[in-house]
Design a binder for this molecule. Structure first.
Ligand code: ADE
Length: 225
């Protein structure tokens, strides 16, 4: 997988890719992440990338031209499977979407800023618009990091234990069951006996039951469809 991230503040984004699971995925050669500073594609001396809205109104709009130049250059170098725009009015990110996107090859992720991008960018380039939730961030960068993390960890070979992503919360539309590690008794706080019984089928049954119970209590909406 190759991710090309277009932003006005690419430096804001680097550190999560230099640590932890995402770093490991990059080092293993399972994913390539490239940052593109939109100001490098500005056509004036002030490195301007935004302008006032036609029709008036508060807030600046990201201009078509620098975005067009950046995207057109990237598209001339390789084909892309998706061109994603991070925006609060996009489709809300969920595990199903992360699963689907983790199977793609090359993707461009455009991070919005200010009031957002000129609508013509969305009409002519963007194939998918993604929101990370019903709240407004100051830019799409933090959303893009979350999107990248959610899908990079699903790429086969990224996680050490291949089964661990399959047992995450949401993979079956269920939340994950409670988990414990040693010691089995800490200050009298005991681990459920079933987990130390060695009876694997019974443990599986208990976990499924707990996952269902937790989902019913906390997220009954997940059980509706
Ligand atoms: N940019 C601003 N707010 C956002 C959100 N909630 N999701 C994705 N991108 C955004």
């Amino acid at each position: 997988m190759r991710l090309d991230i277009i932003s006005v503040v690419p430096d804001l984004m680097r550190s999560p890719f230099e640590a932890s699971i995402m770093k490991r995925a990059i080092e293993k050669g399972l994913v390539e992440v490239h940052f593109h500073d939109l100001r490098d594609y500005s056509s004036n001396n002030y490195k301007q990338i935004d302008d006032y809205q036609f029709g008036g109104g508060a807030g600046m709009v990201m201009m078509v031209e620098p975005i067009d130049k950046c995207i057109t250059k990237l598209k001339s170098e390789r084909d892309y499977d998706e061109l994603i725009y991070m925006t609060p009015d996009g489709e809300t990110l969920n595990q199903g979407m992360a699963n689907t996107l983790s199977l793609k090859g090359n993707m461009i992720i455009l991070c919005g800023h200010y009031k957002g991008v000129d609508q013509r960018v969305r009409d002519h380039f963007i194939t998918k618009e993604i929101s990370i939730g019903d709240y407004v961030l100051s830019g799409g960068e933090l959303g893009a990091i979350i999107l990248c993390d959610a899908l990079i960890r699903l790429i086969p070979g990224v996680l050490g234990n291949e089964t661990s992503a399959l047992t995450d919360s949401f993979q079956d539309n269920l939340l994950a069951p409670p988990i414990y590690t040693r010691p089995a008794d800490y200050k009298g706080w005991k681990v459920p006996e079933i987990l130390t019984s060695g009876n694997t089928p019974k443990i599986e049954e208990w976990r499924e039951d707990q996952a269902l119970q937790r989902t019913q209590e906390r997220r009954p909406d997940l059980l509706e469809d």
